[in-house]
Design a protein around this ligand. Structure first.
Ligand SMILES: [Zn+2]
Ligand SMILES: [Zn+2]
Length: 361
């Protein structure tokens, strides 16, 4: 009799828990894979109650899965713990608490931390760490060295953030760079875009990172072209931690902030090609060709004419099919139109040159 009393509530509890797990719905973020690589949607800069965030680490994992992400890092401040009175210092705990949940949700979840110093040098994220405790030490260069000795990928966060030098590249940054201890920079943090970081990444071969730096709960139901976290798209050989790390080292990333996609030209070109598909024309008249264009991505694509033929401006909404009529020329012949994708930035304020190819008969 006693056994029944124990077993039944336990059974109910298990049933309830299983329903909770099944109740979660994921809304995918639609960015296609590119030739040779899978496109991973990643946020490598988030906080929890273990530093100045207001959510428990598992909540970050649930949000990320629900919102269609493939990889996240919980990167709590090592040196700033306003909830220390309630949560004793244990830098590895956020990772340990959430890692199992990330495995259950098939989410890539590298161990991470934010190295937090006044400017200069500022804040740096180290991801793919083995153990965060050795990074809790006074000397800044020592910290970055230790992170590198663990094989971490290190990037400079929100550089133009505060201080009289306003994110200038100082001697300390040159030191990190020359020792090959600095691998990337946030080109975007939340809704802030950093044009200097963008240019430095291009000039110095640093990896471009975009991240939310989210502190509160994410109340978004799904990410859309209009409303989404600032993310890093990573083009990895496989959907594994090793491939993710390798792709970051190789700089195969694009930053999705608001209605812009930012990246190196050799990265944005194949992404654009994978997103943008012009159909075989369905109607050819004496002086016009009618076709459709599918945008297979989560970002609206804005084109501006760079040549002399074709409509001046074109917009292709995310995930939609758009009717296109092009006049002039020989309707049966293939048509090539020169455009600039004005919201795909290969340098600050510089759109990606693209060719709109309409197949011939
Ligand atoms: Zn920071
Ligand atoms: Zn932060």
């Amino acid at each position: 009799m006693l056994r029944r009393f124990v077993v039944f509530p336990v059974f109910c509890l298990l049933l309830l828990l299983s329903l909770v797990a099944q109740g979660q719905v994921r809304h995918e973020i639609n960015f296609p894979d590119v030739p040779g690589y899978v496109t991973l949607k990643c946020d490598f800069h988030t906080h929890t109650v273990f530093s100045d965030g207001t959510v428990w680490p598992t909540v970050r994992v649930d949000e990320a899965w629900r919102l269609g992400l493939d990889a996240i890092a919980v990167s709590d401040h090592i040196e700033y713990q306003p909830h220390r009175a309630d949560l004793p210092t244990n830098h590895n705990r956020p990772y340990e608490i959430a890692a199992g949940r990330a495995r259950e949700r098939n989410l890539l979840f590298p161990r991470a931390a934010e190295i937090t110093r006044d400017t200069p040098p500022g804040h740096f994220n180290a991801i793919f760490l083995q153990d965060i405790d050795p990074l809790d030490t006074e000397d800044f260069l020592e910290v970055i060295q230790r992170a590198n000795e663990q094989g971490a990928f290190v990037f400079w966060n929100h550089h133009d953030w505060k201080g009289p030098e306003r994110g200038d590249w100082m001697d300390v940054h040159t030191q990190l760079y020359e020792k090959k201890w600095l691998h990337g920079m946030e080109v975007a943090n939340g809704s802030t875009y950093y044009p200097r970081a963008h240019q430095w990444c291009l000039d110095r071969g640093l990896t471009m990172i975009g991240a939310s730096d989210i502190h509160g709960p994410d109340l978004m139901e799904r990410m859309t072209a209009d409303q989404h976290r600032t993310l890093t798209l990573v083009f990895a050989e496989e959907r594994t931690l090793d491939s993710l790390h390798q792709a970051l080292r190789a700089g195969r990333t694009a930053v999705w902030i608001e209605e812009r996609m930012i990246g190196r030209r050799d990265v944005l070109e194949p992404l654009f090609e994978a997103c943008f598909h012009v159909a075989q024309p369905h109607l050819r008249t004496g002086n016009a060709v009618w076709t459709t264009v599918k945008n297979h991505s989560a970002i609206d694509i804005h084109l501006q004419r760079a040549g002399s033929v074709g409509p001046e401006r074109l917009t292709f909404p995310a995930g939609a099919t758009t009717l296109l009529r092009v006049t002039g020329g020989q309707p049966d012949e293939p048509i090539e139109l020169s455009y600039t994708a004005t919201n795909f930035w290969i340098a600050p304020e510089t759109g990606l040159p693209v060719t709109l190819r309409i197949p011939g008969k």
